[in-house]
Write a protein that binds this ligand. Structure first.
Ligand SMILES: [Zn+2]
Length: 267
């Protein structure tokens, strides 16, 4: 009877791994010595891996898993930037706003200074000026540059932030977790803090955010229709005085500019 028996019809691809000659599948590892083949039975042999090869393979697999996990975490972190207040509050159109698709000629000075900040965020950046100048675009461009570099940051329009807080209050849920996130994120981007109507509650939240971040030496970027000196009635005097520590004022004006000149007084 043929020794190979049922294995007579071994396909060609399998013959690369199998042999009927054990010597052909015997090899010598410099560390482990001679490695005898694995016997499948019925006279067919396969090369056996040595202990160092097995360890190397396990390491490769672990690294692969770590890489995949790393990618998943980076993706999750990126998603957080616009979704941290809750998926329903995410403003996806902001993800498309970058320095590349901003018309730099409209705001060359603001563009350059904001991009410098994006590469190395320190202090409190304030983009201010009237509507239609691209303040929100530049703010989102900072967020998107950081995200692309794998650096976590959180973006919120003030209206959305207070809507999300209000929703939690209405549902009898805790909102301090949101405040804590906003205080602790490596970079917070806050759009239009002057849009929601002033209230003592809002003023208190602004103070918590700005004071908390200033104490930790964490940067903040904000847009506003008002010059820094005029922010008292928006965020309150105490929050403004914290903001002024390390303020980077970026006045913006231009063709859409119709409502008067910002005071420019940010001393
Ligand atoms: Zn070995």
């Amino acid at each position: 009877m043929n020794r190979a028996g049922a294995f007579t019809h071994v396909p060609n691809w399998a013959r690369r791994f199998l042999s009927q000659d054990p010597a052909e599948k015997t090899w010598t590892c410099a560390t482990c010595g001679e490695i005898t083949p694995f016997h499948f039975g019925q006279g067919w042999y396969a090369r056996r891996r040595c202990a160092c090869e097995q360890r190397a393979e396990e390491l490769r697999q672990r690294q692969g898993v770590a890489r995949t996990l790393g990618q998943v975490l980076t993706e999750a972190q990126r998603a957080q930037t616009y979704r941290w207040l809750g998926a329903s509050w995410a403003a996806h159109e902001l993800e498309e706003k970058t320095f590349t698709n901003f018309e730099r000629h409209r705001q060359p000075a603001a563009f350059d200074r904001t991009r410098d900040f994006a590469f190395n965020p320190q202090g409190n950046l304030l983009l201010y000026g009237t509507f239609g100048l691209g303040k929100t675009h530049l703010l989102a461009a900072v967020a998107n540059l950081r995200r692309a570099a794998g650096r976590p940051c959180l973006f919120a329009s003030a209206v959305t932030l207070f809507d999300a807080i209000q929703e939690r209050v209405s549902n009898d849920e805790d909102y301090q977790g949101l405040i804590k996130q906003a205080i602790q994120t490596p970079l917070l981007l806050l759009d239009d803090p002057d849009k929601p109507k002033w209230s003592a509650f809002r003023e208190e939240i602004y103070y918590q955010l700005i004071d908390g971040r200033t104490r930790r030496g964490l940067p903040l970027a904000m847009t506003s229709n008002y010059a820094p000196a005029e922010l008292d009635h928006v965020i309150g005097g105490a929050a403004r005085s914290r903001l002024m520590m390390g303020i980077i004022p970026i006045p913006m004006s231009g063709s859409d500019y119709r409502f008067g000149v910002p005071s420019g007084d940010y001393s």
